[in-house]
Design a protein around this ligand. Sequence first.
Ligand code: CAA
Length: 303
Amino acid sequence: MSAAHGIRTLGVLGAGQMGTGIAFVAALRAKVPVLLHDRSQDQITKGLALMDKLLDKDVNKGKIQSIDAKEARERIRIISSSEGVKALRDVDMAIEAVSENLSLKEKIFASLTAELNPGAILASNTSSISITKIATSTIPQGSTAASEEGKQSAGRVVGLHFFNPVPVMKLVELISALQTTPETLERARAFAIACGKEVTVSKDVPGFVSNALLMPFINEAIMCLEKGTATRDDIDTTLRLGMNHPMGPLQLADFIGLDTCLAIQQTLYTGTGDSKYRPSILLERMVDAGWYGKKSGKGFYDY
Ligand code: CAA
């Protein structure tokens, strides 16, 4: 156990691309046992298959020893939906990585508050939702925000924003809610560093730093396509070859998930009330159509 983060066991809620990636770096890099929970068995099966593939690739490339891969894999325990959040009761930190839906997150944080020990850190991997609002949702009924119990509960909530693909991207954006205590922030920072990441800190504003900059850029690229300014390929090629981006904004949107992009853009729009953040109609329609990008087989590109 590292004295700095004090996390002996980690809980991860959500075995999608982000949750799986977080479980992966925690088990392999921070060498922390992980309890990975998801309601969907299908999601868990896909996540584990991806982890096995990544571990095999790293072993074959000589980046890690096969014993490291084996140990990392053994550190991950799956928590089924029937076991539920109760099974995470002894973790020292839980990271929520479910879809960008405030009421779903509030429900999860309320059950984490009820089940976990009061010293556990409660982190959200949200890309845009207010960490302060999530922290408030952990205040037990009958307590107030100003009470000792209310301050203690909300004070252990923090934003821990990983980037996709988590095993590759070097950044974690740390977000402090109004209520987050300095101790929570420092332990979360130490944990991200133990996962092999560099850390930046942002205030709790819509989109934080990363998505306040990235998502309007992606939204503008979609508006370019919508207006017929250029073709899909020309928009992406302009950014790839003209600005050295690893992938163009439309391909990146597919890669993030168009439903996620829309949810973030809507948070920027409603959270600031500024019309410059209006989501592209084309983006809204593609989400209406179920064209979520890479994960659904169709987005701006076919997969
Ligand atoms: N999971 C794990 N590893 C992956 C991966 C995945 N999904 N995709 C690629 N990789 C690994 C590859 O295995 C390879 O590793 P090795 O060097 O060990 O072989 C490495 O990444 C490079 O992959 P490739 O050579 O196949 O492809 P590439 O050079 O095009 O790199 C990329 C792929 C790293 C994804 C690159 O295209 C890139 O950097 N894209 C932009 C990613 C980005 O902007 N991410 C942030 C999205 S925003 C976000 O996540 C937050 C939010 O709130 C929305």
